[in-house]
Write a protein that binds this ligand. Structure first.
Ligand code: FAD
Length: 330
């Protein structure tokens, strides 16, 4: 019988269940090789009873659900140890991970432990037809501030890539597909030296699916002032995003970061407050339908890509916007 190629997708649980990037990865994995020549499997760690069967309805042949109370919160060392042990046992040729906050943290740890390569933040994947690399996974991603597309091939196994959310269409759900879920035991439930004792939940926004984003940059002076953005975002049914300047300054979590090394977003409305418009920020939001910019500096680059611009102090303009939206909503 002809050899089939085993592709493992690391799926992730988030508040709403399985993170949808896994459905996109399944779709992509199924089209990498000619029909029937790939075995797409998913590994997911967690506790409780999430709807992991949906991964099979989307096209995964088998879903391995590694279930244990130790996985209630994602502790990266413990996750890494278990995922590496699974990969060593199952020997997939390709491992695909969503470039979520957790995926970006886990991917390099797993690759380093397995002594293999990993390409981060891929935007395209294909099987190479070049003479020297034929049959290998060609991992494609923008480099040098989006000026070139790098085609990267890994010489070691497994070939690993993290892939940005919303790069590929989701695999279609088909209820007639066979559901094959294997609930498996963890390889270990403790790692030495590391234990989660308490979890603090900060302001955490799901900006990737938001239709309205009110984003703040270095023009925001202190953490408490994010409440101003939050009030406007709530009124518009949206979420709060930030530039990397605020993440680096410790004012916001990286899950809220928009840009090249953060989230790429495509909302209907993006309101950029106190953000200069550096290329790395624009890379994450330039596909928004409508952009409104608020900035004291009339020469700020953000004004060259926005649809509507306010030159002025965000601390005066945002409260006015909030009042206007309240009046408009009645
Ligand atoms: P600044 O550039 O300092 O701009 C602040 C703006 O606020 C100024 O234009 C100022 O006029 C305005 N302002 C100040 N006070 C007020 C006020 N009261 N009212 C109104 N306006 C005011 N950046 C990202 O955002 N996302 C990324 O993913 C990202 N990835 C990167 C990856 C790499 C490899 C590198 C090298 C950089 C990356 N950066 C990223 C950083 C990026 O280059 C910029 O440094 C960053 O975007 C600047 O953030 P900012 O616009 O908030 O700050």
């Amino acid at each position: 019988m002809e050899q089939r190629h085993k592709i493992l997708i690391l799926a992730e649980l988030c508040e709403g269940g399985v993170h949808k990037v896994a459905y996109e990865l399944i779709g992509k994995a199924l089209e990498l090789y000619p029909s029937g020549k790939s075995v797409v499997e998913c590994l997911i760690l967690g506790n409780g009873e999430p709807d992991v069967a949906e991964l099979c309805r989307r096209g995964a042949e088998t879903v391995y659900y590694m279930k244990d109370p130790a996985f209630e919160e994602p502790e990266e060392q413990l996750y890494k140890e278990n995922i590496c042990a699974f990969i060593r046992e199952h020997e997939p040729e390709i491992v695909l991970i969503g470039a979520t906050s957790l995926g970006r943290s886990l991917g390099p740890r797993i690759a380093a432990a397995l002594r293999t390569g990993l390409t981060a933040d891929c935007t395209q994947l294909q099987i190479s037809t070049e003479e020297k690399t034929a049959g290998k996974l060609e991992q494609i991603r923008p480099a040098f501030s989006d000026n070139i597309l790098a085609h990267i091939v890994t010489g070691t196994m497994p070939q690993m890539a993290t892939v940005r959310y919303k790069e590929f269409p989701e695999a279609v759900s088909d209820k007639s597909r066979e559901v094959n879920i294997k609930v498996i035991k963890p390889y270990r439930t403790e790692v030495s030296g590391c234990r989660i004792t308490r979890v603090y939940r900060e302001l955490q926004e799901n900006i990737q699916d938001a239709q309205v984003i009110v984003a703040g940059g270095r023009g925001i002076r202190k953490k408490e002032d994010l409440a101003l953005l939050k009030e406007l975002a709530d009124l518009l049914g949206g979420q709060v995003g930030v530039s990397r300047a605020l993440v680096d300054a410790g004012l916001a979590g990286s899950s809220m970061q928009v840009g090249y090394s953060g989230n790429r977003v495509k909302p209907a409305l993006y309101i950029a407050c106190g953000i200069s418009g550096a290329p790395q920020h624009l890379a994450g939001m330039k596909e928004s339908d409508v952009v409104i910019a608020v900035n004291t500096d009339p020469s700020a680059p953000i004004f060259s890509i926005c649809d509507y611009g306010y030159v002025g102090d965000l601390y005066q303009i945002l409260p006015q916007m909030i009042e206007d939206v309240k009046a408009w909503k009645g």
